[in-house]
Design a protein around this ligand. Structure first.
Ligand code: GCV
Length: 691
């Protein structure tokens, strides 16, 4: 029976080009796959499904080299299979980083062989998906020679799923994929999710929300408090996770949990969770032992501490080093790791200043198995932010880059917004142009470093709530694997696998994808460094979708005289957290990149920019341009009617209708707001508005 959800980019449609299909059939109709280990079951299943679709007929799977063919595929380690050992450089394969693989061609007793080889099972899984991607992208394979290994050792997806409610915080794709009520029963959908993750190289999954408690926010409903995520550490719930962890393991994905810093009190019955109390340390150590008895390859803990109502070391007069290290010590004997989030609150009114101020002085004090997980920017996943000054400035600490796959502030999967260009901008950022010159992407290659994508996949048929948002999940995985990949290459792969190879379709979808992010920036920020102007609301899951600029004077800095925030040497000194070359660049409005200008400077409304336009006119123009662009993208999408499958076409077309409408609401609200403060009318007569 066909599942009632989408297969995303793993569509495996039959190759129509006859010459190409003949070549694929010659080398892939017969596949010899090692039987040695558990992950190879996953390889066999994927080959059966993938080759069956692409070749238009079921492949023959062998447990020994087939003899009567004029070519075959061999998947295995050199140690397990002579065929493989004969075709690859064994030393090269042995030297590959965990997860790495080789795809190459060779010969076995006069027969051509296409080989996928690795020294680990997970490498074989990734290599198999890579091969299927080559075929899906209609790449030639007769002379193929691919050597791949992941840039980052840890490539995590963080689920913000609330296990007992079934909801997903900032997830815009329905309920949680994971049904914690019915675990340990396994759903087919778990396996298909594991396949999606493995196909792009994601190798770790945090199953539950970093908000493991929601104090005060649901106080009217006590029953809910009883059901918060911190309870997952109770034995009865841990026991439910073993089968899921085992299934994920078959696809090379390790299981992690978000934990509550107050767990020793909440679950252990201790009267403190003070990290410096030996009984607390003992409790964490025993809890870790228990977890590893159940899940031997458990990855570790993700912690949100001292932030937005979550308890942390500050509750006990301790600091983040004490907090992270006590958990790390407990995990250390088992090889586990603590991912400690830098998204903390503290003494500063301006959140931008907080993280560097809190963590940089602690550089070098964390245990080796602690990773400090830092959001890409200093605020909170805004459409565009400067790169966090923490990057490049904590050389003695393992860092992780946290990106948001889900579109909390970029239209919440009603709007199309492709995040890959934004992430590329972050990854290519030079953290110290006149110093060590390390780009962000170079910081995550050592043991203990990595990337964490906050993912929103859910029960929705599309997995992501918007068919085009699948590209963000895809792109995140691909960049975590290889941050050198160009946006265009990732888009092209994704578009072809998802929409097929018709040149007009490929070009149209590609262009739309690339133009979405700039449009969102324009209509929801004005494009010159303002941000955080969304409606918040008072409910637990604040809205963050509609505009509400007047709620945030501390972020916009709007006054009658001007707009923007002095995060410079004359203001709160945020710019000075960067190395000198960047600090100087940002400190002077004349040299500050235009797209970040108002983030660093409060400027008069009539301050003239290099193109001769004033600040306020630029804001008006950009807000209008963003909406026009959204409208144009909708028109572009409409040209695809009848050219792609009806379901995707219709869904995205409807979403674009809503996006254009909602972008107009943002434009009007922001431009009214700018006019109300500045009193300066739009030169083009659009503001003040008549109604
Ligand atoms: C999980 C923002 C989001 C919250 C999120 C928080 C975080 O504040 O709005 O939903 O909480 O970031 O990253 O911890």
């Amino acid at each position: 029976m066909q599942p009632d959800y989408d297969d995303c980019w793993l569509r495996y449609r039959e190759v129509r080009d006859e010459a190409l299909r003949a070549s694929y059939r010659r080398l892939c109709s017969h596949a010899y796959v090692s039987e040695q280990s558990r992950e190879l079951g996953a390889v066999r299943e994927e080959l059966r499904r993938g080759l069956g679709g692409l070749l238009g007929r079921d492949p023959h799977l062998w447990q020994h080299p087939p003899r009567t063919t004029d070519g075959f595929l061999a998947v295995g380690t050199p140690a397990d299979m002579d065929v493989v050992a004969q075709c690859v450089d064994e030393e090269r394969v042995a030297d590959l980083a965990e997860g790495g693989y080789v795809i190459t061609t060779g010969e076995w007793e006069g027969t051509d062989v296409l080989v996928v080889s690795a020294s680990s099972d997970s490498g074989l899984v990734y290599g198999t998906f890579h091969l299927l991607r080559l075929l899906s992208n209609h790449e030639p394979i007769e002379d193929v020679h691919v050597v791949e290994e992941p840039a980052s050792p840890d490539r995590l997806i963080n689920h913000w799923d609330n296990p007992f409610r079934g909801s997903v915080e900032r997830g815009y794709a329905g309920q949680s994929v994971f049904d914690f009520e019915t675990l340990p029963d396994l759903r087919e959908r778990y396996r298909d999710y594991a396949r999606l993750l493995a196909s792009v190289g994601i190798n770790g999954i945090v199953l539950n929300n970093v908000n493991t408690q929601i104090p005060g926010r649901d106080s009217a409903n006590e029953a809910m408090d009883v059901l918060e995520g911190w309870r997952l550490l109770e034995t009865r719930y841990l026991e439910k996770l073993t089968g899921l962890a085992s299934l994920l393991r078959r696809y090379g994905t390790t299981t992690y949990l978000s934990v509550n810093f107050g767990a020793p009190e909440k679950i252990g019955g201790l009267d403190t969770s003070d990290p410096n109390d030996p009984e607390v340390a003992q409790w964490w150590a025993e809890k870790a032992d228990e977890i590893y008895d159940l899940i031997p390859d458990f990855g570790g803990f993700l912690v949100k501490a001292d932030s937005e109502g979550q308890p942390g070391p500050y509750n006990y007069d301790a600091d983040h080093v004490d907090g992270a290290n006590v958990l790390a010590e407990a995990l250390e004997p088992h090889g586990g790791r603590v991912w400690w989030r830098a998204f903390v609150y503290g003494s500063h009114k301006d959140r931008a200043v907080q993280q560097y101020d809190t963590f940089e002085p602690l550089d070098g004090e964390f245990r080796d198995n602690v990773t400090i997980q830092v959001k890409n920017g200093p605020i909170d996943f805004q459409p565009r932010e400067p790169v966090s000054p923490v990057f490049g400035q904590m050389p003695e600490t393992e860092l992780g880059l946290e990106l948001q796959i889900t579109g909390e502030y970029t239209g919440q999967h009603v709007h199309a917004c492709y995040h890959v260009p934004m992430w590329k901008e972050v990854l290519e950022f030079d953290t110290d142009p006149e110093g060590h010159g390390t780009k962000v992407k170079d910081l995550f290659t050592d043991e203990g470093t990595g990337m964490a994508g906050v993912g929103g996949p859910g029960e929705d048929r599309s997995w992501t709530g918007h068919y085009l948002a699948q590209a963000n999940l895809y792109g995140y995985g691909r960049l975590a694997w290889d941050p050198d990949l160009e946006t265009e290459a990732i888009t092209d792969e994704w578009v072809r696998q998802t929409f097929g190879h018709d040149p007009d379709v490929v070009e149209t979808v590609t262009d739309i994808m690339h133009d979405t992010w700039p449009a969102v920036i324009d209509y929801s920020t004005g494009g010159i460094g303002l941000m955080h102007m969304m409606y918040n609301g008072e409910a637990y899951l604040e809205n963050h979708y509609d505009p509400g600029p007047e709620e945030w004077p501390g972020y916009t800095g709007a006054t009658e005289d001007g707009i923007g925030k002095d995060r410079n040497s004359e203001g709160n000194g945020y710019a000075q957290q960067y190395p000198d070359a960047l600090a100087d660049l940002y400190d002077d409005p004349e040299s500050c990149p235009k797209e970040l200008l108002l983030f660093f400077h409060h400027l008069p409304w009539d301050y003239e920019l290099s193109d001769g336009r004033t600040v306020v006119q630029t804001l008006y123009d950009n807000c209008h341009a963003g909406v026009e662009e959204a409208r144009r993208l909708r028109e572009e999408w409409r040209t695809l009617e009848g050219e792609i499958d009806e379901e995707r076409y219709r869904h995205v077309a409807e979403r674009f209708d809503e996006q254009v409408e909602h972008a107009g609401i943002w434009r009007d609200r922001l431009t009214d707001f700018f006019y109300d403060y500045s009193g300066i009318a739009d030169e083009k007569g659009r503001v003040p508005r008549e109604d």
